[in-house]
Design a protein around this ligand. Sequence first.
Ligand code: SAH
Ligand code: SF4
Length: 355
Amino acid sequence: MNPSIYGLTKSDLSLWITEQNEKKFRANQVWEWLYEKRVTSFEEMTNLPKPLIEKLSAAFVINPLKQMVVQEASDGTVKYLFQLPDNHMIETVLMRQEYGMSVCVTTQVGCNIGCTFCASGLLKKQRDLTAGEIVAQIMLVQHYFDERNEGERVSHVVVMGIGEPFDNYDNVMHFLQIINDPKGLAIGARHITVSTSGLAHKIREFAENGLQVNLAISLHAPNNEVRTSMMRINRSFPIEKLMAAVDYYLEKTNRRITFEYIMLDHVNDRPEHARQLAALLKDKKKLSYVNLIPYNPVSEHDQYARSKKADVLAFYDILKKNGINCVIRKEHGTDIDAACGQLRSKQMKKEASAS
Ligand code: SAH
Ligand code: SF4
């Protein structure tokens, strides 16, 4: 299949148009059809000359994704399972928040980081998604809104679906540039959050790229022993290396970082862990934020259980008493397969037992 045109930044598109010996302003027209009028076929781009429509159709597709399953939770969370042209499955989640419509996108088929609590890591990385395949996830949700005709728009994006975004760095950066384009979807950089398991060298690179996008770090443990037991990547990038990269990021950008911390019963939720975490973050109180995340149980990882409520509250209190900004994250879509990778792994099992 041809690549998706959604993978082109505006300057890529201008270049392609001029290479076809077409006038430059045609690029703006195509861009407007894609992101403002949001058509789903090249034939609908009625102000373009026929030969250009033919060239576009011969070189690109618009939507590379096939919608397979849609689950809607009672709180309005919608989970999509999409099939890629090479038949791999990915997940996208729409969350209705008080502040807007937030979409969680997938960046890879599977994940090589292999965290011991995560459903996405059950499948080794098969391949990176292209920028177009990541943009398309946002566009399909936006098309769903457009069909409902209630003027809703995707206003926030979290790069927290299947995959490690910094292990697919260039495609993810292109994706961010495309959805941030003020003449296109215009999703504000401050409304976008990228989450990483902690590839320190990429955190440094990200600090330098100038996009005002928020960064979240999956910390999940306050010391190397516990973190290595949960996240293999801690062997390559232990907490000292990770924190040095975080310090570099903070110095360069002066932007607040979110630390994600999944609460696992008796693994990382003891009072001493809270005190260690407070000590780890004590020199960045102003520029950090801890998100305490309820664990979504994954049946393949039954060594882990969700922390007890009283333990979460006690943990939270210790952080607060030490002056650390902290919230207990609200859950979305718990009555559907909410944790990243869960819907996909369930579907694969169904298919395996059917064949
Ligand atoms: N690979 C990146 C981004 C995708 S995962 C990363 O790890 O940061 C997004 C977030 O979901 C991470 O903080 C991850 O640790 C968390 N997560 C993974 N499995 C989870 C589960 N079963 N329950 C709750 N959060 C989970
Ligand atoms: Fe990959 Fe993130 Fe899951 Fe770890 S938590 S396996 S990095 S998707």
